[in-house]
Design a protein around this ligand. Structure first.
Ligand code: SER
Length: 894
């Protein structure tokens, strides 16, 4: 890197992220959002590379995105690798979430350009400004083409280049032999030499060691030109050429930040350092020594877990949700090790959001939800953590010489105390003990079978409502788009927390389960059992796990049991929810018409009482834009168009122009909600058609009144609108009119005269305020004896000092009095005190000789029970006792 200029702070991680995207934009790339951490294809659980969302384009699919069409694109991609977390925090090199900056070409430019641009971005002083002598590269063993570009185009010395095989210089690594199938190709990696303070190894050594703290890999340039299609009968990989040659690169953002900021590791960069500091502050334990592992674990996991939850992963006992829960519990155990026995990790979320929101504005909208989820999990785990730790420590102590913890014990720790297996393994390893994993799996399997056999499931850590217990139940048939009253059969009843609370699964239900921004339905269940006894329950909420709907029911009378037929009646809130949902679609279409098609939905809430819609747009909406949006929606409402929904293949839906949420994963068949009629906006027809699984009104007229309440900024480039439909809207308007009427009444006028009346009163108020100031000045002058005060000049440390005590004079008048006194007395320093204020002024000449009003006032204010400071020529303070302050001056004057 070029010598850091001491006056310019180094680039932050956000700066580097932004610069990367800007750089490639300047090379004709379209900036696209990275994919959600939920992987776009089933090859992995989480997204692990920037190219993952572009596999179809590499294989020849059209390069058409919601943001436009382009064969060159660039992204910042959150990548999650949570399978190997025990190293995170113990070393400073592993992260469970990292950011990869990428540029991609779909049959457009190839090797020569991508090498040239990587070189330019890293070495140009305008971009990263790395010292070119510190750059080294590796290439695939026979890639003479890449060798030529590096050495001839950019003058890289041949001894800065190593040639490696498919273990290092093919992506995915070793793909030809091991797979996975799909796009792959040789690659060239760029390294930065961090210098001898990180190690005395050389680049030549690296050919042997392949490990170095000194030579840091910062960027991988992949040249995907093959489609791996398995092995042939001889066990040789089949590498078919792709339809064209592609580019996939991944620059490690955290690594480049370490180099740019010249910090030793990730934990000292601008993203993690504040987190580490906050953890030290919360725990009172400094970031040093052995315990610093815990600071790192907590900081790293707080960031990754927050970002994963923000992308919609819910903590659970299966699959992805369980992986995240394990990571959070690991962090929670480390917080506990630092003495944090109360929930603490959720308090780090605002800092994570603050440090990461530039790249991921959705974090801002999701912050509340993320914090709530982490807090709930911390509370839940901390309740059992202490007991579990005692139990585990006891077990470890009693092991004696055999260094193996039994699978049964590990299972009990999981079932009773919520200790994930890997947490138990990690703690055991700290004591040099292994865990019998096979024994654990046997115990787990046995417990799962026992639970499945029963019709009622006990609610324990392992089988909490909505996870394991329902995973083998059939998908619920949802009939609630058309029916609000329908019969179904109880498939399972889970005991809830309270005595009458049950979680009920039906084979068929009219209740909508929370999803797509729409809240879950409420209502009631009714039944008559075999003995003719009637029962009733209130449905408090409905949500779903996979395709199984869970009704949260408060049983008011009777008992619910498996096999019982029940009638489900959705409550009247649904009508209000449907109004708000269709209104949300119209609002979305109207925003795109008025503000442009750059508007993208960033989140929504559809509830009976209101709707909230978050969308991407840089500026606040003008009054005209707001009015235009509101008018467009009202036009749809009065046109009373039918609203239709139907299922269709996703391709057909897209071809028909349906709006889809970017980053959302859709199945092959999607539901499309279409408003059958256009409204006119400045001569253009505006249509609303969206992919959506929610509940809607039959005709736009059912929405009724519609009002936009507010437009506010929630994050960089993301705005939030709240709006009301139907009765909620009319009730709100009525409330506003009532307030207006009461305000007008207070001012003895009608609402139409209110504005005039208020500006009249404001004028009067300003006049009165002016008068008060004048009166105070007169009061001050009168007290100072018309300018003759201050005759009493005394000496303090070589300065001539005059002091006056006034009363009933504050603020500007007090400062004015001090000016007057300075002028009239000819003193070097003046002190003017009033009931609770103190002003000290020094003449220019005195300041030039070293007088300091701020220093003097500090001492006087302290004596008067206050605090103050200021410039050498003027200072003011608030005090409790002005006389004591003056007395202090007196005694100083002798
Ligand atoms: N896909 C490559 C990697 O993950 C480069 O983006 O390293």
């Amino acid at each position: 890197m070029t010598a850091p200029d001491s006056t310019t702070p180094p680039l932050t991680t956000a700066d580097i992220r932004r610069k990367f995207l800007e750089f490639f934009q300047s090379k004709g790339h379209l900036i696209l959002p990275g994919h959600s951490v939920i992987a776009p294809d089933p090859t992995t659980m989480f997204t692990v590379a920037g190219m993952q969302q572009f596999k179809p384009q590499f294989m020849g699919a059209p390069a058409v995105f919601s943001q436009g069409e382009s064969k060159r694109v660039t992204t910042a991609q959150k990548c999650v690798r949570m399978d190997d977390i025990e190293n995170v925090g113990r070393t400073r090199r592993h992260l469970s979430l990292f950011e990869m900056m990428g540029n991609f070409s779909f049959g457009d430019y190839f090797k020569r350009d991508t090498i040239a641009w990587a070189w330019e971005f890293l070495t140009s002083p305008e971009w990263m400004g790395f010292d070119r002598d510190r750059l080294y590269v590796t290439i695939y063993v026979d890639d003479d083409e890449a060798f030529g570009y590096w050495t001839e185009d950019h003058g890289l010395p041949a001894d800065h280049i190593h040639r490696f095989g498919a273990d290092e210089n093919f992506w995915p690594a070793d793909a030809p032999l091991q797979g996975p199938n799909g796009p792959c190709g040789p690659c060239s990696e760029i390294y930065y030499d961090r210098g001898p303070k990180y190690g005395d190894d050389t680049w030549a050594d690296y050919a042997e060691t392949r490990e170095s703290a000194r030579f840091l890999e910062v960027w991988n340039l992949v040249f995907p030109e093959f489609d791996r299609q398995g092995l042939d009968e001889n066990g040789e990989p089949v590498l078919a050429p792709l339809p064209f040659k592609n580019i996939d690169t991944g620059m490690g953002l955290e690594r480049v930040a370490s180099v740019v900021q010249d910090v030793p590791d990730f934990y000292t960069n601008d993203v993690f350092a504040p987190l580490i500091e906050k953890i030290a502050e919360l725990s009172g334990r400094p970031y040093e020594g052995e315990q610093s592992v815990s600071h790192r674990v907590i900081a790293e996991h707080a960031r990754s877990v927050s970002m994963v939850i923000a992308d919609g992963v819910a903590l659970s006992n299966t699959g992805r949700g369980y992986v995240v829960r394990k990571v959070l519990r690991r962090a929670s155990r480390h917080a506990y090790l630092l003495g944090l026995t109360e929930p603490s990790i959720y308090q780090l979320v605002p800092l994570v959001v603050e440090r990461m929101k530039d790249g991921y504005p959705e974090l801002v909208t999701e912050q509340g939800r993320v914090q709530a989820a982490i807090l709930a999990e911390e509370e839940r785990f901390l309740r059992t953590l202490e007991g579990g730790m005692q139990r585990l420590n006891g077990l470890l102590e009693s092991l004696g010489d055999e260094k193996v913890l039994s699978g049964e014990d590990a299972f009990t720790l999981y079932d009773t105390y919520g200790f994930p297996l890997d947490l138990t393994q990690e703690i055991a390893a700290e004591h040099g003990v292994d865990v019998d994993v096979t024994g654990y799996e046997v115990a787990l399997e046995r417990a799962q079978e026992t639970a499945r056999a029963g019709s009622k499931f006990g609610k324990s850590e392992l089988f909490d409502a909505g996870a394991e217990a329902v995973q083998n139940l059939p998908q619920t048939e949802f009939v609630g788009y058309d029916l609000l009253d329908a019969e179904g059969e109880v498939l399972a009843v889970l005991e809830g927390e309270g005595g009458t609370h049950r979680t009920v699964v039906l084979d068929r239900t009219p209740f909508y389960a929370e999803g797509g921004g729409e809240v879950g339905d409420t209502g009631r269940l009714e039944w008559t059992n075999a003995a003719g006894e009637r029962g009733e329950g209130r449905v408090l909420n409905t949500h779903k796990v996979g395709g199984v709907f869970l009704h949260e029911v408060d049983v008011l009378s009777g008992e619910l049991s498996q096999g019982q037929r029940v009638r489900g009646v959705v409550g009247p809130e649904r009508a209000a929810i449907q109004r708000h949902h269709t209104a949300t679609h119209l609002l979305h279409a109207a925003l795109r018409a008025v503000l442009g098609s750059g508007v993208r939905q960033a989140g929504s809430l559809v509830a009976p009482g209101r709707l909230r819609f978050d969308f991407t747009h840089a500026a606040a909406l003008s009054a005209e834009e707001l009015a235009a949006v509101e008018t467009l929606v009202s036009r749809w409402v009065s046109a009373n168009f039918p609203v239709h929904w139907q299922e269709m293949p996703i391709e057909a839906a897209k071809a028909a122009g349906a709006t889809a949420l970017f980053g959302e994963k859709y199945g092959d068949t999607v539901r499309v909600v279409n408003v059958e009629g256009d409204v006119d906006y400045q001569g253009a027809a505006v249509h609303s058609m969206e992919l959506c699984g929610g509940a809607h009104v039959r005709r736009t007229g059912d929405i009724g009144a519609f009002v936009l309440l507010s437009d506010e900024n929630v994050a960089a480039g993301v705005r939030r609108i709240e709006a009301l439909a139907g009765e909620a809207a009319t009730a709100w308007v009525r409330g506003q009119l009532g307030q207006l009427g009461r305000a007008a009444n207070l001012l003895n006028t009608g609402s139409e005269g209110l504005e005039d009346r208020i500006s009249g009163l404001q004028g009067q108020l300003r006049g009165a305020e002016k008068e008060v100031v004048q009166l105070k000045q007169q009061l001050a002058e009168a007290q100072m004896g018309g300018g003759s005060a201050g005759g009493d000049i005394r000496e303090l440390g070589g300065y001539r000092v005059a002091a006056v005590r006034l009363s009933g004079v504050e603020g500007g008048a007090l400062r004015g009095a001090a000016d007057k006194l300075l002028e009239s007395s000819g003193a070097d320093l003046v002190v003017v005190a009033s009931d609770s204020g103190l002003v000290v002024k020094a003449s220019k000449d005195a300041v030039a000789r070293g007088a300091h009003a701020g220093q003097l006032i500090g001492r006087l204010a302290a004596a008067g029970g206050g605090k103050g400071g200021g410039r050498p020529d003027m200072a003011q303070a608030g005090v409790q006792n002005a006389d004591a302050a003056l007395a202090a001056l007196e005694s100083a004057l002798g």
